[in-house]
Design a protein around this ligand. Sequence first.
Ligand code: ATP
Length: 641
Amino acid sequence: NPGKSNYVPSKDAIWKSGEAVPYKALSETLKAIEGTSGRLEKTMILSNFLRSVCILSPDDLHICVYLCTNQVAPAYKGVELGVGETVVMKAVAEACGVNIKSQKAKMGTLGDLGLVAESSRTNQKMMFKPKPLTVKGVFDTFLQITAISGNQGQAQKISLIKKLLVSAQGSEARFITRSLLGKLRCGLADQTVLVSLGHATVLTPPGGSEDCAVSSSRMVSAKEEAAEVVKTSFCEFPNFEHIIKMIREHGVMKSAEFCKLTPGVPVKPMLAQPTKGISEVLTKFEGAVFTCEFKYDGERAQIQCAESGDISIFSRNQENNTSKYPDIISRIGSCLSEGTKSFMLDCEVVAWDVEKEQILPFQILTTRKRKDADIGEIKVKVCLFAFDLLYLNGESLIREPFRKRRELLHSAFKEVPGEFIFATARDCTDTEQIQEFLEESIKGQCEGLMVKTLDIDATYEIAKRSHNWLKVKKDYLEGCGDSLDLVVIGAFLGKGKRSGSYGGYLLACYDPDSEQYQAICKIGTGFTDEDLASHHAALSEHITPQAKPYYSYPESSAPEVWFEPALVWEVKCADMTISPIYTAAVGLVDQDKGISLRFPRFIRVREDKNAEEATSAEQVAELYNKQDNKQEQSKPKDHDD
Ligand code: ATP
């Protein structure tokens, strides 16, 4: 093995061919990964572990990969492992004999319930050594836990977790606890897992694969190639079980041929880069041929139809929204041209005023039932605005330029007024034309424009915030460019008119590198009385006794109530400033200072985003740098509004 790392597995983490992978081997690997900051070393440690799995217990490979990404099934199946902190604490109390009060006190010093569970287990005296846990055993218990629903299930969950913890040794308790809480907190990004899987399977083809291990002269390029293959496969078919099955059957290099776009399996959508205004579009797309489309303000939908005729609708987050839109399912057949059998369509679902034949505001759409809607009961009608086609009649189109995809979209579907319409588009070439079209879009109740390259650099980039799609929003023309999607991490109790609900909130962006939520501002404006009541109700489900160890915030802004990172709000502000107290994007624009928002106001709840999809620290820094007047502002202000 060419990889060098100081990590040496302990005796208990070594196993023989054909045996089940001991959970100890995985937990020690994760601990070693947590102990190093370098991405290359993390990759090496993980790929060495996966190589052992490939050679000794290939049947466990997909389970190990799932546990490294803290999942028990593909994300689009919606099986979530998150168990509430209280449930886990009760299980730790029963398994390790440490009451909840002491656990909370220990969390204050150790900073994380995983470490509390580990230290409590280590300090426990045991009459005999428990039977070692296996990766498969832990995974199966996790699956059982995810199948339990309702409050009555709490006791069952506690009993299953307790069983795991009673057998846990050393770092095992740490990672079992963290997995259950929904985050491994060892700095292992999904991309690192994909790269490690590529490296491992090309160097040590898992049992049954036809690949033979590569010669040392080709080692570096083969590893890079395999990592790219696995990343591409995961983009197009995000299901580890299937990918690993294909690697085992065909070898990693050929496996991507069998992990292509497939209707029924949703992919992450392509996203756009914000621009400050029209002139930036021309600078960015200098020399390129592009088109402008209306940017509709609704909910993104990936509508997929398999050869069998089964239709599914997925959200921007790959949630299955099929039962939310029975009206779309029933109409889609009448929008197809002859010969259109299977497809993956990218579009926006928009609330529609049938009488006035016009678009309704986004807020109206949010009043629709989220699941199991009854077609006869639907009050808010929707119209689909179609803008891209990823797949048609058995062929993937993602590598085709947008001009071709658009032609195919227009020939494979037909417009039905008020139900299915192609995004209004114009192939503009100069500022005046774009300005005129932007104004038309706003008159047409749209948010602004999406500007897209047509021929060169115009493929569909799954899961990317691509430079080939730019957005120009009407709001960019005033104040600070794009809005931000921020996580509500805390609240201040309301006074006067707001007593009984929260008066203000502490918001944070997310930094995937440090896995931290970094405070960016307090917010108290933009809320209606109804908003305040519904936020109070929604947030009360996420109260947590103290700040999470991965919250970074100034002591001077510590809120009275803390929340789990669960809700994401869209917020606009007058401008952004360097802040000596807030920690958002610290180190990215200024060595020691963060960035804060001035005069933030609440726009709406982003139900389609989870906390880790909030605006990232890097995006905060980019938005700050885009401001025209940032020079004047970079003098720190210590306001706190
Ligand atoms: P935003 O707040 O702007 O929606 P976002 O992060 O959700 O931000 P962006 O990449 O910024 O997503 O904007 C793209 C979104 O705009 C898409 O996800 C889609 O829902 C919507 N949209 C509306 N019209 C179009 C269009 N013509 N082409 C592409 N996306 C469109």
